[in-house]
Structures are given as structure tokens and as C-alpha cells.
Design a protein around this ligand. Structure first.
Ligand SMILES: [Zn+2]
Length: 128
């Protein structure tokens, strides 16, 4: 049995531009962001798994008034992406003007990218 994955490892991987999800050892469900318990079967043994980096835009919002840590980055998009593997992930959204949210189309195919702001790296998706 491998060591149990942790949220700290998940974040460190994103900082290194490596996006991986959890995979339930019990039923094979792909889970992201990391959770200690499988949403599907309740098992709590997880392993890392690679994901395709492809998905569909499910929802989004524009952050105009950001928390102090992100003030310099506003306005920016936060989106929910449904991965090809079936799990959903919250991330940044690239490729659209944050001042024109009416141009964003739900259901469009998106692919993995990353946004670097200073020393921070964020998981992001953009239209394919
Ligand atoms: Zn499971």
C-alpha cells in the first residue's frame, strides 16, 4: 500500500505544473480536489492518478472584489470544470476577457493550463 496522498502534495504538484487526481483504490473513481473519502463508495484508500487534462466548462464566476491575497489579480475567473474522468475541479479560467463574461459559453471543451502570478501557480483551464 502506498502512502496516503495529501492536499499538500496536491498543491505542490500544481506549483510544479503537474495536475493529478486521486483514484479510489476500492472502486476506481477519480476524485479531485483531494478528499479523504471516496464520494462513490466511501472507501478511504486513495492513490495518485494521471488525468487527461481535458474537460467541459460547467460554471464560472468573475471575481472583482478579491481576498487581500489576490487583490492585484482581480478581476479574474473562477470556474468549475468537469474532467473527462468524471470528477469536477474548481480552477481559474483563461482565454476570456473578465470584463466580458457574456462571451463565455457553458459546455465548451477546455484543456489544462496554468497561470503564474509572481511565485504562485494556479491550476487553470482554457478553451480548446
Ligand atoms: Zn470508491
Amino acid at each position: 500500500m502506498s502512502d496516503r496522498p495529501t492536499i499538500e502534495e496536491y498543491r505542490a504538484k500544481i506549483t510544479n505544473k503537474q495536475f493529478q487526481a486521486y483514484k479510489c483504490v476500492g472502486c476506481g473513481a477519480v476524485i479531485t480536489p483531494p478528499s479523504g473519502t471516496c464520494y462513490s463508495c466511501g472507501n478511504n484508500e486513495m492513490d495518485w492518478t494521471d488525468v487527461s487534462g481535458k474537460g467541459t466548462l460547467v460554471s464560472f464566476t468573475v471575481i472583482h472584489i478579491a481576498p487581500d491575497e489576490f487583490v492585484d489579480e482581480a478581476p479574474y475567473y473562477i470556474a468549475i470544470i468537469e474532467l473527462e474522468e468524471g470528477s469536477r475541479v474548481t480552477c481559474r479560467l483563461e482565454g476570456f476577457d473578465p470584463l466580458k463574461p457574456e462571451e463565455v459559453e457553458l459546455g465548451v471543451p477546455v484543456s489544462l493550463t496554468y497561470i503564474t502570478e509572481g511565485e504562485k501557480t494556479y491550476l487553470a483551464f482554457k478553451p480548446t
